[in-house]
Design a protein around this ligand. Structure first.
Ligand SMILES: Nc1ncnc2c1ncn2[C@@H]1O[C@H](COP(=O)(O)OP(=O)(O)OP(=O)(O)O)[C@@H](O)[C@H]1O
Ligand SMILES: [Mg+2]
Length: 258
């Protein structure tokens, strides 16, 4: 079953004629008086999986939150499918088709897996160029996450952290987003779940999904991503094709945990 129709191949390298799906420029963000993000700029084109890398506290989550409107004090340009996001509220941004999976899994613990999925459901969409957009059904989501299929009636609170992580992704997909922001999908979950997460991302990618994920784990990032941006102290220090970043000893030593 094809839940997401293939998109045209992503343009690799250089600025294509096609406008990026998500484009961020000169993004600054503050928590109170603390200036956290400094002129962050990045792009995600249709069909790309892009990793936002950096050590603990580098500003990965803050970047994703600022894009989603969850950091009030932000300045800069954030464009998503032609919409300016910088003055919008988080619920409006989600409604435009930007799906966000935060680092702290937020499942409804009292609700079952099926009920959790139902809370994420939104209308199907189509791309502005008329091509079919994601139209996720419960069945398609269970096909992507076979282990969730086996626990449809379980209360989410009785699931492992990794399973809750998957449920959060699955529920976000039920909103039929044009693009996904995933905050450290591999963090704090068992190795087997990490593997399933990587497979899930590769499956989505093969179906044309566009994903911006934050990640400290270079092995995970290298497995799933086309390109990477490397953050340190709230600023982008390096960017390039994933294979170049993963093979760059200097970048790894300076900005990433080995
Ligand atoms: N709510 C907050 N209030 C004040 N400072 C914050 C808040 N959240 C994060 N920070 C600070 O902002 C900086 C960036 O944090 P952020 O959570 O974006 O980093 P990260 O790259 O996601 O790290 P991690 O890998 O640990 O998730 C850090 O110095 C952090 O201490
Ligand atoms: Mg984080």
């Amino acid at each position: 079953m094809t839940a997401l129709n293939p998109a045209p191949p992503a343009q690799k390298g250089g600025l294509g004629n096609e406008e990026a799906l998500l484009s961020v420029a000169g993004l600054n963000a503050w928590y109170g008086a603390a200036h956290i993000l400094h002129d962050v700029g990045l792009e995600v084109r249709r069909g790309e999986v892009v990793a936002l890398m950096g050590r603990n506290g580098a500003g990965k989550s803050t970047t994703l939150k600022a894009i989603m409107g969850l950091v009030q004090a932000r300045r800069g340009t954030i464009r998503f499918m032609g919409h300016a996001l910088e003055s919008r509220q988080p619920y409006e941004i989600a409604r435009l088709g930007l799906g966000y999976v935060p680092e702290d899994r937020r499942v409804f613990t009292e609700l079952t897996v099926k009920e959790n999925l139902a809370t994420g459901r939104q209308h199907p969409r189509s791309w502005p160029d008329g091509s079919a957009a994601p139209n996720w059904t419960e069945a398609a989501v269970f096909e992507l996450f076979p282990n969730l299929a086996g626990m449809q009636h379980r209360a989410a609170g009785a699931m492992s952290g990794g399973e809750q992580q998957m449920l959060t992704v699955a529920r976000t997909l039920m909103g039929n987003p044009y693009m996904l922001l995933l905050d450290e999908p591999s963090e704090g979950v068992a190795p087997l779940i990490v593997e399933q997460m990587a497979e899930m991302i590769l499956t989505l990618k093969a179906r044309g999904a566009s994903i911006l994920l934050s990640e400290q784990n270079i092995y995970f990032a290298a497995l799933v991503s086309d390109r990477a941006y490397v953050l340190e102290k709230g600023a982008i220090r390096h960017s390039g094709p994933m294979s170049e970043v993963a093979g760059n000893e200097e970048v790894r030593r300076s900005y990433l945990a080995l």
